[in-house]
Design a protein around this ligand. Structure first.
Ligand SMILES: Cc1ncc(COP(=O)(O)O)c(C=O)c1O
Length: 430
């Protein structure tokens, strides 16, 4: 019997109404000047150290409030709320994203996730006869699968290169050399991930982009290597404007480290690079729509809007993305970066002193961000995560062929929690 049937049966039996659901804890004030204040913005289950924001974010209070406000408006009158608010709210979201990325709003497509952005990008990239895509062995499922689909559909050649053998000893020079060594005259696209969720290694994107720029010297516009990045584990962590990293395209979900609404993301492309990608899903942008009504090709839809998949959306989440960027901005980009780096550093230092632990993520800040991967000698990572769970530590296992225990300290954590995590790991049974 489904839920409706259950409710009907209860009514017939004359059962009393259940007690009212517990009221949510009092709404916090907006003060994020202290880390305690930041932590109060989250409704995370207390008494546990939550170190998996890199999977899916908990919404901070201001994002929850914005979602609720838009939801109420849409529930009351979907047509009117949409007509009145869609344009200004979408503009607000794009302006906030543009400021954060250091880019122009016209260059940004709004997506549901990193994965959606990568699918649109790799599915729509224009490749000439015989041109290939180079990716790496360390990339996530979403990149590898989007490229496999692309290869199956169009026969495009996709090659994978290895950037390091053991992640903990990866080096900037080694990574850049492996990439440069992999480029051929036929390489049109370099598909990379900023921070590898398989190992925690952060790629030196700026150095890679500079090296690729050297390789692009003298190439025709249509033969340039385009640097395309899954940036999700640096987005909302690193203190750098994405547009300054030197890449051509950058896809990121906003529902991890940025603590944006679940089901939101951005795909940014350099203005000139956008000409190399064709849309897959029709946009609902008014300029394209009007052109269709008038029976002409859309001429004035900016590339980001043209690449923003249409169909009506879960608008309450999309529009609350502006509040997530505002939340991040109120805390301060550099404060977030310093805090994340300090907590990850504390965790790595603590773990380095535990005999049975082998850290897989580099210690150097230049080659790591917030993710910390490790092995515990003689233990299966899943067993470790299960035991940590029982000790109040929420961790995860890397979803890759080689599995590690993975922790992601972030702005919701405290140094005391990190000490507890180290204690929990060092106290694991032998
Ligand atoms: C590197 C990487 N990219 C993308 C994703 C998926 O992110 P999204 O939900 O934004 O598609 C993950 C993990 O969830 C990941 O580790």
């Amino acid at each position: 019997m489904g839920a409706a049937g259950y409710a009907a049966a209860k009514e017939l039996a004359g059962e009393p109404e259940p007690a009212a659901a517990p009221q949510p804890a009092e709404e916090p004030d907006d003060d994020v000047s202290t880390w305690e204040g930041v932590r109060r913005q989250f409704a995370l289950e207390p008494g546990r150290a939550h170190l998996t924001s890199f999977l899916l974010a908990s919404h901070p209070a201001s994002v929850r409030r914005a979602i609720e406000e838009h939801r109420k408006g849409l529930d009351a009158n979907p047509r009117d709320y949409l007509n009145e608010h869609e344009l200004p709210l979408e503009e607000e979201v794009l302006a906030a994203a543009a400021e954060y990325l250091g880019a122009a709003p016209e260059e940004i497509a709004l997506t549901d996730s990193t994965t959606m952005g990568l699918g649109l990008l790799y599915g729509g990239l224009r490749l000439g006869e015989g041109q290939e895509i180079v990716t790496t062995e360390h990339d996530f499922y979403a990149t590898h699968e989007a490229l496999r689909f692309r290869a199956e559909r169009s026969g495009a050649l996709v090659r994978r290169v290895r950037l390091y053998d053991e992640p903990e000893t990866a080096s900037e020079d080694g990574i850049v050399a492996a990439i440069v060594g992999a480029l051929r005259a036929s390489t049109r696209c370099l598909a990379l991930t900023w921070v590898h969720s398989s190992t925690g290694v952060k790629l030196p994107l700026r150095a890679i982009a500079d090296a690729v720029a050297g390789a692009n010297d003298g190439r025709d516009e249509r033969d340039r290597v385009l640097v395309c990045v899954d940036g999700v584990h640096g987005f909302g962590v690193e203190d750098v404007a994405v547009a300054e990293l030197g890449c051509d395209f950058f896809s990121s979900g906003c529902h991890k480290w940025l603590y944006g609404p679940r089901g939101t993301g951005v795909l940014w492309g350099r203005e000139e690079a956008w000409g190399e990608v064709a849309p897959t899903i029709p946009t609902f942008d008014g300029r394209s729509y009007l052109a269709w009504i008038e029976g002409r090709a859309p001429a004035d839809t900016p590339p980001g809007a043209a690449m923003t998949p249409g169909g009506f959306q879960s608008f309450e989440h999309r529009w609350a993305l502006a509040d997530a960027f505002a939340f991040h901005g109120r805390i301060g980009r550099s404060r977030v970066a310093e805090r994340t780096s300090a907590l990850a550093g504390q965790l790595k230092e603590g773990l380095a002193a535990v005999d049975r632990v082998r850290l897989k993520t580099p210690v150097a800040e230049a080659l790591s961000a917030g993710l910390v991967c490790l092995e515990v000698d003689g233990m299966d990572p899943r067993e470790v995560v299960g035991l940590l769970d029982a000790r109040g530590v929420v961790a995860s296992v890397t979803p890759y062929a080689t599995q590690y225990v993975r922790l992601g300290p972030s702005i919701v954590n405290t140094p005391a929690e990190i000490d507890e995590v180290v204690g929990a790991i060092s106290g694991l049974p032998r």
